[in-house]
Each structure stands twice: as structure tokens, then as C-alpha cells.
Design a protein around this ligand. Structure first.
Ligand SMILES: Cc1cn([C@H]2C[C@H](O)[C@@H](COP(=O)(O)OP(=O)(O)O[C@H]3O[C@H](C)C(=O)[C@H](O)[C@H]3O)O2)c(=O)[nH]c1=O
Length: 193
């Protein structure tokens, strides 16, 4: 298993080991013990999500849940290929409004750790792409929020306008948004990795 830092301190790329044989492969897609041994103790996960996006260019995001139900997410791609993005929205953070992205696919097995205090979104790069992600808090519709996908300067790699939900199409721009998150300093694991 590999852990890679990104341009956003706190956001990590995690690549579980895959054991291939003539049948295919086996991988432990989540192991608290393996990550602990690597110096990474993530919060407890309480909900797993799974969504299918049929068309290429489907963009879901940029979403968050505000406190007291803020969610950290460990994201992976179960089928197809997508570009996954995190944006720091912690007021006072040295990287406030900055983004990082990573291509997640069934083939590469990469996962993205998006801590609470960050927006999350993705755009699909193949038809019938499935995303699976573990969340550190339960769904709380009253705390659900969104920021416009095209208000942050993210290079989504789009050649055509994306397919959006009505909610995402009317989300406020980042510069019109008052974040409910405040920077609390570096995450404890940053110094250990
Ligand atoms: C998120 C969520 C949704 N729902 C229901 C609510 C709606 O009836 C339906 C679709 O919800 P929504 O349009 O918010 O789904 P996405 O656009 O995929 O939103 C998600 O996509 C981005 C990328 C995220 O990171 C979040 O997990 C989440 O915001 O599922 C639930 O029942 N539980 C849930 O946890």
C-alpha cells in the first residue's frame, strides 16, 4: 500500500496493494490496521456511498456537509474512470480556495482521502462509471451544501459542458460563499507521513 501527498496538505492519494494471479486480483480496499502501520489514522467511517454515472462528462460537485455533520471521504472508482477533486474551504488556511485532483479508475485502484473542511467533486471520463466512498458522518440533508464547479479555476479536462444536477447547476460561486469551516492547523498525520 502506498500513501502519496498532494498539493493540498491533508489530502492524500492512497493506493492499496493488489495481488494478481491467473484469476484476476485481490486487494484489501480498506484496512485500518494497514494505514495505522503506515502512520495514518483516519477518523471512523460510518457510511459507505455508491453512485453510478452513465454518461461521460457527468460532474457531481462540489459538495460538502457543514458541521456538526461534516464528512471526511475516502473515495475510489469501482468501474470506469473519473477525475476526483478536493478544494480547501477552511477559512484562514494557507491553501484556502486551492484545489487538487487525481484520476481514479478501476484500473489504477487509486483512492483519494478528502478530509472534512474540503469540497469534493468528480467528473466521469468513461461511460457507466461507479464511485464508492466511505464517509466519516451520516447523510444530513440540512447540512448539505455545494459550491459551483466552475468558480474555482479547476481544470476538469472537459471538452463539452458537463452533465449537472439542478442543485449543482445553481450552486453559488466560491466568492459568494461563506464557508462554515475554519482552519485548525495541520492534520496530525501530516508530520508523520
Ligand atoms: C449524498 C446522499 C444522497 N442521498 C440521496 C439524496 C438524493 O435523493 C439522492 C441523490 O443525492 P445527490 O444528488 O446529492 O447525489 P450526488 O450529486 O451524487 O452527491 C454526492 O456527490 C458528491 C461527489 C459527494 O461527495 C457527496 O457525497 C454527495 O453530495 O440520494 C442519500 O440518501 N444519502 C446521501 O448520503
Amino acid at each position: 500500500m502506498q500513501i502519496q501527498k498532494t498539493s493540498l496538505p491533508g489530502v492524500l492519494i492512497i493506493v492499496p496493494s493488489r495481488f494478481g494471479d491467473e484469476r484476476g486480483f485481490f486487494s484489501e480496499s480498506w484496512s485500518r490496521r494497514t494505514l495505522h502501520e503506515a502512520g495514518l489514522d483516519l477518523p471512523e467511517f460510518v457510511q459507505d456511498n455508491h453512485s453510478l454515472s452513465s454518461a461521460v462528462g457527468t460532474l457531481r460537485g462540489l459538495h460538502f456537509q457543514s458541521p456538526p455533520h461534516a464528512q471526511g471521504k475516502l473515495v475510489r472508482c469501482g468501474r470506469g474512470r473519473l477525475f476526483d477533486v478536493a478544494v480547501d474551504i477552511r477559512k484562514g488556511s494557507p491553501t484556502y480556495g486551492k484545489w487538487t485532483g487525481c484520476e481514479l479508475s478501476f484500473e489504477n485502484g487509486c483512492q483519494l482521502w478528502v478530509p472534512a473542511g474540503f469540497l469534493h467533486g468528480f467528473v466521469t471520463r468513461e461511460p457507466d462509471t461507479e464511485i464508492l466512498y466511505k464517509c466519516t458522518d451520516h447523510y444530513a440533508p440540512d447540512c448539505d451544501g455545494a459550491v459551483a464547479w466552475d468558480s474555482i479555476g479547476i481544470d476538469w479536462g472537459l471538452t463539452d459542458p458537463p452533465i449537472l444536477s439542478a442543485k449543482d447547476a445553481r450552486a453559488p460561486a466560491l466568492n459568494e460563499f461563506d464557508s462554515p469551516f475554519t482552519y485548525q492547523g495541520p492534520f496530525d498525520y501530516e508530520a508523520r507521513l
